[in-house]
Design a protein around this ligand. Structure first.
Ligand SMILES: C[S@@+](CC[C@H](N)C(=O)[O-])C[C@H]1O[C@@H](n2cnc3c(N)ncnc32)[C@H](O)[C@@H]1O
Length: 293
């Protein structure tokens, strides 16, 4: 939703912009070409380094910082900025993270069950699974993945954890989830790009739990109006119902407190053409808000 994001953050000429989620740098490159100054964060130091080098080589000026976006206010303070004109947060996981089997984020390729966006800290997904109780597993699967079979999957995983056979690879986990759902290995194959894999919700939920994504997002949302100068614009891209609830609730509460211009816009989906080209965009919603002056 590049064009929609640029429109939401306009006018960008001469603006100071904060991209909270650099990722592959698609948004950042376009923003850097239009804005006066672009600061970009990512908690994934490995991909941040690669993206920053690629953008530099392409002549896009990006001040890339390794940081959790929950730390955005501190980063801006350290840069001597009292606020920015536009903030973008494109939530979730990047395609590079998904496409590298060694990151353990995807059920599509076999790899170690890691899932950490920042591999310098925290428990891997395998460690998290091995230390979680059945109730914690069921709660995470339900709250972070809207998984209808949360109880069945949690019971199967907890039984394996109890006898020291917790899954250690993405393929093992995908197979166990399919079994817990009563599906044979043949049914694990995706029918088309739009049909969700039986393990998709479990992988999403584990990734959110391992990275404490909800905690970081709650801190970012609380700080968001304060990151912006009066009249500044915010754009947030969400990809599932849990993120939508958090973002929608925070923006509405802050608008009621006089921090955003009202009425707030309803979140926008991606165009049909973009969804055809990129199936992941089918669940994208763009939330926009303008800081009250
Ligand atoms: C959907 S991708 C961003 C894609 C990017 N807009 C682009 O055009 O390529 C999300 C990125 O946000 C990063 N990320 C996720 N949670 C984060 C957090 N709490 N703080 C900073 N970065 C985070 C991920 O590491 C990933 O690189």
């Amino acid at each position: 939703m590049l064009d929609e994001v640029l429109e939401a953050l306009a006018p960008l000429e001469g603006a100071t912009v904060l991209d909270c989620t650099l990722g592959f740098g698609g948004h950042a490159e376009a923003l850097a070409r239009l804005a006066g100054r672009l600061v970009a964060l990512d908690r994934d130091a490995e991909e941040l380094e690669r993206t920053a080098a690629r953008l530099r080589a392409r002549g896009a000026a990006v001040d890339a910082r390794h940081a959790d976006y929950a730390e955005a206010a501190r980063v801006l303070r350290e840069l001597g900025l009292d606020g920015v004109d536009a903030v973008l947060a494109d939530l979730g996981v990047s395609s590079m993270q998904l496409d590298r089997p060694e990151r353990g984020m995807s059920f599509k390729a076999d790899g170690p069950l890691d899932m950490r966006m920042d591999r310098s800290t925290g428990k891997t997904a395998a460690e998290w699974l091995a230390s979680a109780s059945e109730a914690e597993l069921a709660e995470a699967l339900s709250a972070f993945g809207d998984e209808p079979d949360a109880a069945k999957i949690a019971a199967r995983l907890a039984a394996l954890v109890r006898c020291g056979r917790a899954p250690k690879t993405t393929r093992e986990l995908a197979r166990l989830v399919a079994e817990a759902k009563g599906l044979g290995p043949g049914r694990v194959v995706k029918k088309d790009a739009f049909a969700a894999h039986p393990a998709a919700r479990t992988f999403q939920a584990l990734r959110i739990a391992v990275n404490r994504e909800r905690d970081s997002l709650a801190v970012l949302l609380e700080a968001l109006p304060g990151l912006l100068r009066p009249g500044g614009r915010a754009a947030v891209l969400t990809f599932h119902s849990g993120e939508e609830r958090l973002v929608g609730d925070a923006l509405r509460r802050q608008a009621a407190a006089g921090l955003w211009r009202v009425p707030l816009e309803e979140p926008r989906p991606a165009s049909a053409a973009e969804v055809r080209e990129n199936p992941r965009a089918r669940s994208a919603r763009l939330w926009r808000a303008v800081r009250e002056t």
